[in-house]
Design a protein around this ligand. Structure first.
Ligand SMILES: Nc1ncnc2c1ncn2[C@@H]1O[C@H](COP(=O)(O)OP(=O)(O)OP(=O)(O)O)[C@@H](O)[C@H]1O
Ligand SMILES: [Mg+2]
Length: 303
């Protein structure tokens, strides 16, 4: 039987995979993060959310970020977006130090952040109008972006009339309308049901193929990360730091049929090993027996 644990070295370092990532690294760097550290001062004391995080992302790369809850993923993406300032270290986008939000970065959050009082079209036009574009041109462009996300028919609807998946498609159109070089996404499909989420993943890959944009995408879902990413940045917690940057060997174009492919399973096994390392009982811990309080007298056993 296929054992994914035995495959990684053979697959992850095949000539074809190596060649693909060598090519990727010849593209110019679009996002450079150097020795990024973030400390929060709280009433309980100082907390280091990110410690010495460094990595480089190349143009049109799709990077996913995974890591345990609280390891600083949202803090990292908020610093990249310019919504939060770092304690030390540097973030450069196209060689220029980030010092606040900018049109070169678009952001899509997990929560629905459309303006409820504006129609879908006006939500997408909003950033364009803020940047001084005329109404007619902004409207034309908004409709093109809505066409790209498959929602041109809903241009005059209001956000409350849309499903969660549709709202996130508008949010993507709104972010892309400003032509950012980088799209920053913090668990954008986290609130969607499994079926809608799968559709949105495929849809996002379609969009990425058709738009000159680099995507930086946070997720809790290992399969989602493998399905979408060129490389996966694995963070560890306490303090948040880079554990590994993994090259995903699954060939493109991606499809759900690949979920059981050796490359996919090998990558999954590798991520599982990083995120949930096998527990090593040691010292006093090993002697502690799990203790369960029985709240009711149930008389018989289910096992
Ligand atoms: N504004 C803040 N003030 C104080 N501490 C903060 C602040 N924002 C985040 N933190 C702390 O920094 C750490 C990282 O938080 P962050 O939200 O970045 O984690 P995360 O990896 O996105 O978690 P999740 O997977 O649950 O979304 C946490 O311990 C959190 O409590
Ligand atoms: Mg988060």
């Amino acid at each position: 039987m296929f054992n994914p644990q035995t495959v990684p070295d053979y697959l992850l370092q095949s000539d074809a995979v190596r060649a693909r990532f060598e090519r990727l690294k010849t593209r110019e760097p679009i996002l450079e993060v150097r020795n990024l550290t973030k400390r929060f001062v709280t009433p309980q004391g100082e907390h280091t959310a990110l410690a010495d995080v460094s990595f480089t992302t190349h143009r049109r790369e799709f990077v996913c970020v995974i890591g345990p809850s609280g390891c600083g993923k949202s803090t990292l993406i908020r610093i990249l977006a310019g919504l939060e300032t770092q304690s030390s270290g540097e973030v450069r986008v196209n060689g220029k130090a980030v010092s606040g939000p900018g049109a070169d970065r678009g952001m899509v959050f997990q929560g629905y952040t459309l303006f409820p009082w504006l129609t879908v079209k006006k939500n997408v036009m909003f950033g364009l109008r803020m940047n001084g574009q005329g109404r007619a041109q902004a409207e034309r462009e908004a409709l093109q972006w809505l066409d790209l996300v498959g929602l041109e028919k809903f241009a005059n609807a209001y956000p409350h009339q849309l499903s969660g998946g549709m709202k996130q498609r508008v949010a993507i159109a709104r972010a892309l309308a400003n032509r950012p070089g980088i799209l920053l996404m913090d668990e954008p499909f986290g609130a969607l049901d499994a079926q809608t989420r799968a559709k949105m993943q495929a849809h996002l890959l379609d969009i990425w193929r058709n738009v000159d944009v680099t995507i930086f995408f946070i997720t809790h879902d290992l399969d989602e990360a493998i399905y979408l990413a060129d490389r996966i940045l694995v963070l560890k917690a306490n303090p948040g730091a880079v554990q590994e940057l993994i090259e995903v060997p699954v060939p493109r174009p991606r499809s759900y049929a690949q979920f059981n492919s050796p490359e996919f399973l090998a990558t999954r096994a590798r991520l599982e090993g990083l995120i949930h390392p096998p527990e090593q009982p040691s010292g006093d811990d090993a002697a502690v027996q799990p203790h369960m309080i029985r709240l009711t007298d149930i008389h018989d056993s289910v096992e």
